[in-house]
Design a protein. Structure first.
Lengths: 312, 291
């Protein structure tokens, strides 16, 4: 009896420490943030002294042009970055999916940009984009062109930030796409080749459709991460010039620490969280549907095999 | 068909492409490495060249506290960076160890046991993965100093990092634990081992590659993180990213020293990448592909 009770408790004993930490330092703070978003609260006050103002933070943000500008900068950034990275990453994977010598070395070098601190990545690019010191403008000068204000002009700044992110994260997509490619069933490709499919036909009708489930998950993961990008932009432009590169995460941090509006920052965090929740929900539903579909195919296959066996 | 394959392999265009890719992805890093060995005069001079006298001065400035001798070019040793380096090391190592221990236990329980609340636990973990650090900024401001009294301490930062990394670690380790043949565990149990002994002596040694991958990712997040460390640290508990951002002012940047500190911050992740790229790739694909 005692042993049985102990057995029933075992999973909870394994789970409890992690659950405790996550509840204390993750779930509770998020709940706290939801509460704080209804307050007019600045960091010099204790939270009990802050005035309860209902939905006013949300309404103010909703009516604020600069919030919407940040919002659209975020969406634009994520859309540009993810689509370009998917295109280049998958393209490279299709191109380099062969037995090349030195592939391992290549992959190792590709991972480097992702592993290095975002702060350092921002630093590197800030140096390279620098109007006088930076390499890009030096090359332009040496070739006889004018200096380009990579970080000083709003549309250039946005493009520069996007390029830095593409440099850092395309390898992620490349590696996942390559893994997906290399785990494709060789029988399908073999059959296509025997039937005389050209390289392009193989890619369009066999490889891409079979990779699609992995690609969609990769794309959604990257999308979620694109909304988290903050440090690279903070170091490169700190959101400027104007609001041209101020994505939401950066705006939250500036509202909290520079403008000292904790309530407003919390409300903004909630908007961002809702946005991410929607993307995550899509990913979750998609993986579930996909699993169900695979299970159905497998079940159908098993049934067919059984029927065949019985017929024999 | 096989002929085509050989042709492709010999095609020099591919090797040109490969070299371009390597130059593009490693170029900025090499450039920073080179600059960290230059004097500011060499960095800012309009006639930048590939040839310069490499110097360790920038590194000496950054690490002056640990040097047994007094660097000649320094009037006064600024211990900020040295202290930050120690803080960063302690915080990342401790939080990585804690995250791994708690994470692998939780992952094991989610994978191997059927119990009430299992689905909730697994779903919460998945959802928590997407929370951006920026979202934790506001609550952390309030809770850590008012309620936990952990403001400005290393433990406060460690607590946030453990909580932040747990969902990811649990998610990754689940896919490794599933692959452990359950017969092994059953055999151990029949031989009279309790659940904890089964876990530590049978399961853990079998998921070493997963643990390595998870450790690298956790360490990387803790080592590189800026935003929350900035909010939670005071003068004595600042980490390296925080000091780097603090030393970037709008106009007058000491490029040489800042590149050297950046390089020092980048070295551990670079070493991991060179020695464990296989584990990193496994971890990345396991995290994304086996959702």
């Amino acid at each position: 009896m005692n042993i049985q009770a102990a057995n029933r408790l075992t999973p909870y004993m394994f789970l409890a420490p992690a659950a405790a930490v996550m509840i204390i330092a993750l779930l509770y703070p998020i709940g706290y943030m939801v509460y704080a978003s209804f307050l007019d609260w600045n960091p010099s006050q204790r939270i009990g002294e802050a005035e309860f103002i209902g939905l006013r933070n949300y309404i103010n943000l909703w009516n604020s042009d600069s919030f919407w500008e940040s919002f659209w900068v975020t969406i634009r950034f994520a859309a540009f970055v993810v689509s370009i990275e998917m295109f280049i990453g998958v393209g490279l994977a299709l191109l380099l999916d062969r037995q090349l010598r030195g592939m391992a070395v290549l992959r190792t070098i590709f991972i480097l940009p992702m592993m290095i601190a975002p702060i350092v990545v921002g630093l590197m690019w800030r140096y390279m984009y620098h109007p006088q010191v930076g390499v890009f403008n030096r090359w332009l000068n040496n070739l006889g062109f004018d200096t380009i204000p990579f970080l000083g002009d709003s549309s250039w700044a946005f493009a520069s930030v996007v390029i830095a992110d593409i440099w850092q994260w395309t390898p992620f997509i490349f590696i996942l796409a390559l893994a997906a490619l290399q785990s494709l069933p060789s029988s399908a490709l073999e059959a296509a080749r025997v039937d005389g499919a050209t390289g392009w036909q193989q890619i369009l009708y066999i490889k891409l459709p079979l990779m699609l489930p992995v690609l969609i998950v990769t794309c959604l993961l990257r999308l979620i991460d694109a909304f988290k990008v903050l440090e690279v932009i903070l170091v490169m432009t700190n959101g400027g010039p104007g609001l041209s590169t101020e994505i939401l995460a950066l705006r939250i941090s500036r509202t909290a620490s520079e403008f000292r509006q904790l309530g407003e920052a919390a409300a903004m965090s909630n908007y961002l969280l809702i946005l991410l929740m929607v993307i995550t929900a899509i990913m979750f539903v998609y993986t579930r549907l996909n699993d169900a579909r695979l299970a159905r195919i497998r079940a159908a296959g098993a049934k067919a095999a059984q029927a065949e066996e019985e017929a024999v | 068909m096989s002929q085509g394959h050989i042709e492709n392999r010999a095609n020099p265009a591919f090797y040109v492409l490969l070299i371009c890719l390597v130059v593009m992805s490693a170029g900025p890093i090499v450039l920073m490495l080179a600059n960290s060995f230059k004097l500011n005069v060499d960095i800012t001079s309009p006639t930048a060249s590939l040839f310069f006298m490499p110097t360790l001065q920038n590194y000496e400035t950054a690490l002056c506290e640990f040097l047994p001798y007094e660097p000649e070019h320094l009037r006064r040793c600024d211990p900020t960076f040295g202290r930050a380096l120690v803080n960063s090391l302690i915080i990342s190592l401790v939080s990585t160890a804690l995250t791994l221990i708690l994470g692998c236990m939780a992952a094991y329980s989610i994978v191997r046991f059927r119990f009430m609340g299992r689905d909730t636990a697994s779903f919460t973990t998945l959802i928590m993965r997407m929370v951006p650090p920026a979202v934790l900024l506001v609550p952390v401001f309030g809770i850590w100093n008012e309620q936990f009294g952990l403001d400005g301490t290393r433990s406060g930062i460690i607590l946030v990092y453990v909580a932040m990394n747990l969902p990811f670690v649990i998610w990754i380790l689940q896919s490794f634990i599933v692959q452990v043949p359950i017969q092994l565990e059953e055999a151990a149990r029949i031989d009279g081992a309790g659940p904890f002994r089964v876990f530590f002596l049978v399961v853990l040694p079998l998921i070493k590659p997963g643990l390595a991958a998870a450790a690298i990712f956790t360490f990387r997040v803790a080592w590189n993180e800026f935003l929350l460390a900035n909010a939670l640290s005071d003068r004595n508990s600042r980490t390296v990213p925080v000091t780097i951002v603090n030393s970037i002012t709008e106009y007058n940047i000491d490029w040489g020293v800042i590149m050297a500190t950046g390089m020092l911050l980048a070295i551990p992740p670079i070493l991991f990448t060179f020695f464990a790229s296989r584990q990193i790739i496994t971890g990345m694909t396991a995290g994304a592909v086996k959702g």
